[in-house]
Design a protein around this ligand. Sequence first.
Ligand code: OGA
Ligand code: MN
Length: 309
Amino acid sequence: MSSLQIRKITPGFGAEITGIDLTRPLTPDQEADIVSAIAEYGVCVYPHTGLTDQTHIWFSRMFGNLWTIGGQATRPSRFAYPHLFEAGNLSPDGSISMDEMARKRRKGDRLWHTDSSFTKERTTYSLLLAHEVPAEGGETGFADMRGAYDALPQSMKDRIEHLEAEHSYNYSRMLAGFPITEEEVEAGMIARHKLVHIHPGSGRKSLYIASHALRITGMEKEEGRALLRELLAFATQPQFTFNHYWKPGDLVIWDNFSTMHRGGDYDDLNHRRDMRRTTVMAYPPPPVVLDPRFRDRFDPAQFEAMVDA
Ligand code: OGA
Ligand code: MN
């Protein structure tokens, strides 16, 4: 019996979870229920959590090591913690950002993607907390990559089973209109991952695609892009997707290894959207996964298999 109250959002994908106070310390059983829920549903919506920056980070740590902005940071952050990623439209002083380059870069997040596929190490879970939301728009769309994989024709499953895709952050920015050339994309960081993988936590097969994917390894570039476009279009059909319309205090956790997401349009020059994200490194797995008491729920080998995959 789960300690959580779970309401499914679609028959096989997404759940709204209540009946738990995320601002309080949790027991190992509660942690196992929370990790089981994300493994099963792919996206978990926790409404009006009451989380602050500090408790958002504390809660996120039960999933593993957190991404930090670290030495790569080239722009100042408005946050007191290096674990928080800016997913809104505010500048370091807290006012609406008028920085045209930052706006163009953010436009890339309106394309279907999964976080950090352009890095070798990758991140599993993203935990996005709404602080302030625009009156209209600014929803987030989610897509089910296990459901989409299951529904592919067998001929397509056979075709893609052993393929790998190469991912670049700069490529999705280019697609969204950010001024960057194909040559600059090629010269930048590119990470290669399997197109189909076994999802850690459920053991189901999942597509691992994103607008960051710029080619299929070993395939002629245009042919690879056509295949990627076909898979993206297939996997984001209405039967595999839903939108979350945010209220302040909502925390949405998604599993980057079994889902994609995209930001919705909104009037970002006139309306504040204060959204802060923590992101969990894919390795090591959440501590409860390695806890012998939960061996009947989790297969640690599935999580290990994602390292360098
Ligand atoms: C993200 C992201 C979209 C949104 O935080 O990773 O893509 O709607 N966000 O804020
Ligand atoms: Mn994202």
